[in-house]
Design a protein around this ligand. Structure first.
Ligand code: GAR
Length: 190
């Protein structure tokens, strides 16, 4: 059976990209990465793509006058790549409703909280400040409202006494690296 073609959008470190690269390295995994696109130049995720011999591009949003112009270029690159599914992996740019609707049910995101709780930025700081006993991560289909949309899979982790945002982030990230490939597999096999 043909493998699901993934485009992965990043803005930085790319450790979730790496988890997808590693999963796709298994010929039995039902997906492959056809393109990596970063909106930020010179990030670690681009090095990861190069190491894995995956075609990668920078589309720097700062070079565009509007979100729409940026997204038109992004859409053209995604169309050219032949991607079936677009995976946001630490892509820190808000997308317009037009873009999101164009890719409806073909666009997924990973977020470091148990959505619908703790949408947005600085999640781990807020989870700790609120005294939560648990946090986690979520892979979901993207809808126009930020960090919303049907949930594909989640993992829960405990918040330990003495946790800082960094220690909690690391515990959550380890689970992100497990559930993102799982979510892709689930979609590919559906
Ligand atoms: C990850 O923790 C991801 O869940 C988060 O950014 C980090 C990116 O790390 N995404 C968001 O907060 C999106 N709202 P990575 O570049 O190493 O994958």
């Amino acid at each position: 059976m043909a493998r699901l073609k993934l485009a992965v959008l990043i803005s930085g470190r790319g450790s979730n990209l790496q988890s997808l690269i590693d999963a796709c390295a298994d010929p039995e995994f039902p997906a492959e990465i056809v393109s990596v696109i970063s909106n930020v130049p010179d990030v670690q995720g681009l090095e990861r793509a190069a190491m894995a011999d995956i075609s990668a591009a920078v589309i720097d949003h700062r070079n565009f006058d509007s979100r729409e112009a940026f997204e038109a270029t992004l859409n053209a690159a995604l169309d050219d790549s032949g991607a079936d599914l677009v995976c946001l992996a630490g892509f820190m740019r808000l997308l317009t409703a037009e873009f999101v609707n164009r890719w409806r049910d073909r666009l997924i995101n990973i977020h470091p909280s148990l959505l619908p709780d703790y949408k947005g930025l600085h999640v781990h700081e807020r989870v700790i400040a609120a005294g939560e006993a648990f946090s986690g991560c979520t892979v979901h289909y993207v809808r126009p409202d930020m960090d919303s949309g049907p949930i594909i899979t989640q993992a829960k982790v405990p918040v330990e006494p003495g946790d800082t945002a960094d220690t909690l982030a690391a515990r959550v990230l380890a689970q992100e690296h497990i559930i993102y490939p799982e979510a892709v597999r689930q979609i590919a096999e559906a």
